[in-house]
Design a protein around this ligand. Sequence first.
Ligand SMILES: [Zn+2]
Length: 512
Amino acid sequence: MADKLIIFDTTLRDGEQSPGASMTRDEKLRIARQLERLKVDVIEAGFAASSNGDFEAVQLIANSIKDSTICSLSRANDRDIARAAEALKGANRARIHTFIATSPLHMEKKLRMTPEQVLEQAKQSVRFARNLVGDIEFSPEDGYRSEVDFLCRVIEAVIDEGATTINVPDTVGYAVPELYGNFIKTLRERIPNSDKAIWSVHCHNDLGMAVANSLAGVKIGGARQVECTINGLGERAGNCSLEEVVMAVKTRRDYFGLDVGIDTQHIVAASRMVSQTTGFVVQPNKAVVGANAFAHASGIHQDGVLKARDTYEIMRAEDVGWTANKIVLGKLSGRNAFKQRLQELGVQLDSETEINAAFARFKELADRKSEIFDEDILALVSEDTVSSDADQYGFVSLAQHSETGERPHARIVFTDSGKEVVAEADGNGPVDASLKAIESHVQSGAEMVLYSVNAISGSTESQGEVTVRLQNSGRVVNGVGADPDIIVASAKAYLHALNKLQSKADRVAAQG
Ligand SMILES: [Zn+2]
């Protein structure tokens, strides 16, 4: 029987650390449910000790998800570990993932600790964690740039203390495949008790090699767990992408000889959910989940594909969940059809009230747009999680005028803490005028660092999905909004970003 490759998803922890990608508790639960449907082995749900919000999210996911192991990150100290264990109490299977930096640079400059102190603290924390939870993962942060002899001592010691998974992060994305694979191989050969733990890889994509490095860690190094995120979401250039690693191992099973438990038919739905929730749009030429990943645009290819699919296709689009923009619902679709489609998309709404509210918005959209695609339904539902009663600002209506040769003017009505506000402004274009109108009342002073519009399902009849990234006193947030009218979508996205800026999120940053 072939070995199994464990898929450890960290979209909700490492992915969420990407500036602007922060998610609410409900958004995280929705994504966790999609990860469970994907049959992800381990879900890293957050870093429980970093903030109350993170603690609650880990707790909620641990209480709700039953098929995957739920993991919380934790620094190597008793307080963090106890907090993680508490958040994980309701989990069917819980894992604590504790980390401490072992590279000379990180120990000296960041931790201000000697190597002996780091070794001692690593041992103590794993010992402490092991008394609370049976499944312990240990990561030497910046492991790839650590000195091998010292790293061997640390890893041998934590395995002795009961660590069951050893993860070797390339925290800064410096590795190249052959060297990284050999690095893990060397560690496994030199550490006497290395066979008592499962070895894991965690690679960042700064040089575009996160997937290649992870696969080399598996093939050359013998690692049996890959840490990854949906769409490769993550800080800077991101993490290793789940869909690419999984499809590489499946498509080239002849070479890797490993089994993965992932139900690949839910990959595209998971990708869409993560991009619509975070506002991080997937590039069209992205492998597996990009809009062009399976399009055979060039004439020669089309001819080849028509004659025999496998001339140019190494994977089948339907195996990863592409449904080819199928029209799923329309104006006449009833509540049951809507509810059923939500279930098929992996969206679980928790109460009848939520379903009714979503269905009302669906009907409203169907009045304006004759064909409703899966993407529209997902956008509609993520908008539901996006707006909550606690929000300071809410969109009401918008009128704008633009004509060649004239300066565009917008008049917007929105709520500020429940009270309606009317604001007007001119701008370079209708979107600019609308956002300036909002800002004339709100006066957030936030700097806009990104604005993007994306047609959800391809044509001009589709909904526009707008992402607005705002920066204010060191915080970066993404707002998303969807509407058939892109100016309205822009205003919604801007208000969403402002709401996120209002909600305080002080948390401890983790690398790893
Ligand atoms: Zn990382």
